[in-house]
Ligand binder design. Structure first.
Ligand code: FES
Length: 75
């Protein structure tokens, strides 16, 4: 599951950042040597970093458009 599709940052990578004490999406980008692109993942990523909430949205990038959020809830 990608949390940040622009930079191919998946949930595992965000969990690794969180385990290292990172609590800000900007620092996650820094850790992986990338920069924010569209910014649509920032709130969801910060919410996960600051709380125990697992991201419920995946961003889908359609060629030539901004990523669109898709809810992943199964229930
Ligand atoms: S910058 Fe993360 S989805 Fe675009």
């Amino acid at each position: 599951m990608y949390v940040c599709v622009c930079n191919a940052i998946n949930l595992k990578k965000v969990q690794q950042a969180k385990a290292e004490g990172i609590r800000d999406a900007g620092k996650v980008f820094e850790m992986y040597g990338v920069e924010s692109c569209c910014g649509q993942c920032i709130n969801e990523m910060n919410n996960f970093l600051l709380n125990e909430n697992v991201p419920t949205k995946t961003l889908i990038k359609v060629e030539g458009s901004n990523p669109s959020p898709v809810t992943n809830q199964t229930n």
